[in-house]
Design a protein around this ligand. Structure first.
Ligand code: G6P
Length: 613
């Protein structure tokens, strides 16, 4: 979703802006642009499509400057056209924006009445005009922005420059992510620190409502007009590991990184076959009091939450509810005393999840209820991590492919660690059972490595999907969410319509869809539900359906049956099977997408980090 890069330096920053935009490409976008201040002028280039188009335009026009802002736009208000691409200009002001100005129509009407002409259909252009207008009376650019911000409703991160302030970059953070990259004699802004990692590893994280003025040598942060201190944090070098390397796509690289990513995630919590004494130590008192868990998440992270529900209830007898954040935030859920609210989010910035969290915190405080909040997240510096009482990091490393893979399986590993920890604190699980599950967790990276050996077999299966328009994924128990996740992966990146179903629901509708042309993917680990699942497979075959089965090697499901393609998955404990069975559905989607020639890492219309609703 929209990405911002900006900077003020002594050197020309044109290439830094373009490189930064490239590193934000993963967020999803449909046009790109930049503006630089040079010799009292705003120089702007904008292009529809990829950053490479903008790069070529910049090369052709040779625009250069040492103060500038750049943007990748993911259309919300107005189509992806050059006119709608950012930066937007009013007089000598140029603005880039990530988020949505909800009251833009009202502001636009007022500005038009004052004689301002609009050249785009975006909500952002009002900000440029408002700043321009405020400057008619305000003593300087910073004050003008400070006067404009209270007029804006919605979510926004902004980068603002003006020709009369050739050494000043003003930035605002309210509801959309923004980070300041601290250099030596130069400073930068970006929606994601990843964009700035080639130039600095020192970052200042703005808080909601902060307005900052950056010059080459200074960073001042203001809240309600008063300066405030925000610490500068240094990132360790490993975070910068974000290139495709030998892989054709980030998604494939990230699929293959899963054994190591899971190893990292569990290593922080385990010591031999026990939980480390210091693991989530600060949360122990809170965990002792909780009576139930409410998980809130979106997309793939929601599927991880669905699996955790089985674990919380089966292993430690703790009631657990899971809900999609975009629904949760707009109904009036009952806030119950002694509930642990768990946000699951790769990015920690997803607008709906963050809003649901904040709303819950506000309502609990208003009623004097005792709740605990926690985030399971891949980004240590994210808003959610900062705003919850406790956090557990997934340590998967940067995930760039829009379709989530390693973030998902590490979320599952982290969730199992959380279940074990709460179970231990509440004395709800026997030490021997904990030790057995931990031994299985340690073994999981190896099982995944072995499962990855099936890559070529899955590639062969994927050839049979290329011409299909629809597909069903079926699973039972914790494989039901994996069926949903498999269907989500396939539709996200191959654009084949896919549905995931609990196999027991087959007769209640989806069976009507089954015919010669409907591939049905079955997730069949060795568990208590296997026999029931086999009956579902018979039902599909009796209607001419073609089965694609990911089955336990000891499941007894034959490979040589007509219209039944089987890939055997190495044996894994049934509890941890959802982690392992994620791998074949990821690989299947990946190969189908590559064969269909889609943009695997940046599928159309989708964004990695959904920072607006
Ligand atoms: C987008 C991404 C998904 C992700 C979802 C939730 O839709 O494309 O991969 O699962 O957002 O994001 P989060 O960062 O909160 O996990």
């Amino acid at each position: 979703m929209c990405g911002i890069v900006g900077g003020v330096a002594e050197r020309s920053i044109t290439n830094i802006l373009i490189e930064g935009l490239k590193r934000l490409e993963y967020r999803g976008y449909d046009s790109a642009g930049l503006a630089l201040i040079s010799q009292g002028q705003v120089l702007r280039e904008r292009r529809v499509g990829k950053v490479a188009n903008l790069e070529q335009a910049v090369l052709d026009s040779q625009v250069t400057g040492s103060l500038g802002i750049a943007h990748t736009r993911w259309a919300t208000h107005g189509k992806p056209t050059e006119n709608n691409a950012h930066p937007h200009i009013s007089g000598n002001v140029a603005v880039v924006h990530n988020g949505i100005i909800e009251n833009y129509q009202e502001l636009k009407d007022e500005l038009e009445a004052l004689g301002y002409m609009f050249s785009s259909q975006t909500d952002t252009e009002v900000v440029a005009h408002l700043v321009n207008h405020a400057l008619k009376t305000a003593p300087n650019l910073l004050v003008a922005v400070q006067q404009v911000v209270p007029q804006l409703k919605g979510a926004y991160a902004l980068g603002i420059i003006h020709t009369d302030y050739p050494d000043e970059l003003i930035t605002v953070r309210e509801g959309s992510p923004l980070v300041i990259g601290v250099g030596i004699g130069e400073n930068f802004i970006s929606s994601d620190q990843l964009a700035l990692l080639p130039i600095t590893n020192r970052f200042m994280y703005l808080e909601e409502g902060d307005i900052a003025r950056l010059t080459r040598d200074s960073i001042e942060v203001f809240v309600n007009g008063q300066t405030v201190e925000r610490p500068v944090k240094e990132l360790d070098a490993t975070v910068s590991n974000a290139s495709k390397g030998e892989y054709k796509h980030y998604m494939l690289k990230e699929i293959y990184e899963q054994p190591e990513a899971i190893q990292q995630t569990i290593s922080q919590a385990l010591n031999g076959n026990a939980l480390r004494e210091d693991f989530l130590k600060d949360a122990e008192l809170d965990f002792a009091n909780i009576q139930q868990v409410q998980i809130i998440a979106c997309g793939t992270s929601y599927h991880a939450g669905m699996i955790a529900k089985y674990w919380f209830e089966q292993l430690i007898n703790l009631p657990c509810h899971v809900e999609i954040a975009s629904e949760y935030r707009y109904r009036t859920p009952v806030i119950v005393n002694n509930t642990l609210y768990v946000c699951i989010s790769q990015s920690g910035e997803t607008a709906d999840t963050l809003a649901a969290l904040r709303d819950t915190q506000k309502r609990a405080a208003a009623k004097g209820l005792d709740i605990t909040t926690m985030t399971i997240c891949n980004v240590a510096t994210s808003s959610m991590v900062r705003e919850t009482n406790h956090s557990l990091l997934t340590l998967a490393g940067p995930e760039i492919g829009v379709a989530s893979t390693k973030a998902f399986t590490t979320q599952l590993a982290a969730l199992m660690l959380l279940v074990l920890k709460i179970g231990q604190v509440k004395n709800a699980i026997a030490a021997t059972e904990t030790a057995e599950i931990i031994a299985d967790l340690w073994h999981t990276p190896k099982v995944i490595l072995d499962t990855l050996q099936n890559d070529t077999a899955i590639l062969r299966l994927s050839e049979l999907f290329v011409e299909k328009n629809h597909c069903l994924f079926l699973g039972r128990g914790t494989q039901f969410p994996i069926a949903l996740e498999g269907a989500l992966k396939l539709k996200e990146i191959s654009y084949i319509h896919a549905e995931g179903y609990a196999a027991g629901e087959l007769k209640h509708g989806p069976l009507a869809l089954v015919d010669n042309d409907m591939p049905v993917v079955i997730l069949a680990p060795q568990d208590d539900m296997l026999d029931k699942l086999k009956s579902n497979m018979e039902e599909v075959q009796a209607r001419g359906g073609e089965l694609f089965v990911f089955a336990d090697e000891h499941s007894g499901i034959p490979a040589d049956k007509e219209r039944q393609h089987v890939v055997y998955v190495p044996q894994v404990s049934s509890l941890l099977a959802p982690i392992v069975y994620s791998i074949p559905v990821q690989l299947l989607s990946y190969h189908v997408a590559v064969l269909r020639g889609t943009d695997v890492d940046q599928p159309r219309n989708l964004a990695k980090s959904v920072t607006v609703e």
